[in-house]
Write a protein that binds this ligand. Structure first.
Ligand code: ADP
Ligand code: MG
Length: 290
């Protein structure tokens, strides 16, 4: 590959909204056969909203919103932001948090108004789910919503359904990636039913769900171990290690600095179609050179 042609490819990338770390990146881009896509913030907008509040028989809806909202207010996770904003909108000012702990890929826990509160998909919460809330959770997840379980003082009191929207361009992007002969895989820490609903919407068959943040990198390693050449597209702090380990890391320009720094390419506009543009560009650029 002549340096001049690679530089031209890099310049063309910039026009397409693709920032390329160095001309040599085009070489690995060309060989990719599998594209692992993070769900939240990559395939979906990641701008979540609180849609539904389910409470256990006899529980107080305002109290569920107060305690969950207060605790989530201290977290920056997109699910947490949706819960805090939705709670504030419905009940006004939230109480102060006395203790707070983030549990990556699972939720938050801490102390609010003297109660020991846990929010998210923590194992102890799922174990204590009353039947009416188990049904609500299942219904929400089947509809593609993330169910957030709210418990305090050893009992579960509510389930919040949070919705994210699939980006308008994601289905088209998946079609383009397939047309280039690539296999798309959806990877997420979210629930399997939610992940499958999103996968169906955009046309992905292979879903790897309920993966803890630190295990995303293992998924990429495993796929590489099967002899695949793997591109990973992500936006979150959670995705950084997987982005760095993939043969090609692509970050959403709308995502976190950690993801961008760990990647070889940045899709400036956060439009997944630019991933297909990048592959096409690298193939063309390198074909010109041969
Ligand atoms: P993703 O892989 O989709 O970007 P994460 O790994 O960050 O998601 O989180 C996985 C799942 O853990 C989320 O879909 C959500 O169900 C749950 N979760 C994580 N953080 C929180 C939180 N602060 N509040 C509620 N639920 C959370
Ligand atoms: Mg994400």
């Amino acid at each position: 590959a002549t340096p001049t042609a690679l530089m031209v490819g890099t310049g063309r990338g910039a026009q397409l909204g693709i920032l390329i770390k160095g001309p040599e990146v085009l070489e690995s881009t060309r060989r990719v056969d599998t594209v692992v896509l993070d769900k939240t913030g990559t395939v979906t907008t990641g701008r979540m909203t609180l849609q539904e509040v389910y409470v256990a028989d006899g529980a107080d809806e305002r109290q569920v919103l107060r305690l969950a909202g207060a605790l989530e207010h201290a977290s920056e996770h997109p699910v947490a932001r949706a819960v805090a904003a939705g709670a504030e909108e419905r009940i006004g000012t939230l109480p102060a948090v006395e203790r707070f702990e983030n549990v990556p890929g699972r939720g938050v826990q801490g102390r609010v108004e003297g109660h020991e509160v846990a929010v998210g998909r923590l194992a102890e919460l799922s174990a204590a789910l009353p039947a009416e809330l188990a049904r609500a959770k299942e219904e929400a997840e089947r509809a593609g919503r993330t169910a957030v379980v709210v418990g305090w003082d050893g009992a579960v009191h509510g389930v919040l359904a949070v919705a994210d929207a699939v980006k308008e361009t994601s289905a088209e992007a998946v079609r383009e990636l397939r047309a280039l002969g690539l296999t798309p895989v959806l990877l997420t820490g979210d629930n399997r039913a939610v992940a499958e609903a999103v996968a169906r919407t955009v046309g992905i068959d292979q879903v790897i769900a309920e993966v803890l943040p630190e295990d995303k990198v293992e998924v990429v390693r495993r796929l590489r171990g099967e002899g695949r050449t793997v591109a990973m597209v992500g936006d979150g702090v959670n995705d950084a290690a997987a982005l760095a380990t993939a043969d090609l890391g692509l970050a959403m320009g709308t995502g976190t600095d950690a993801a961008i720094e760990a990647s070889d390419l940045t899709l400036v506009r956060g439009d997944l179609r630019a991933a297909a543009d990048a592959i096409r560009l690298s193939r063309r650029t390198l074909a010109t050179i041969k």
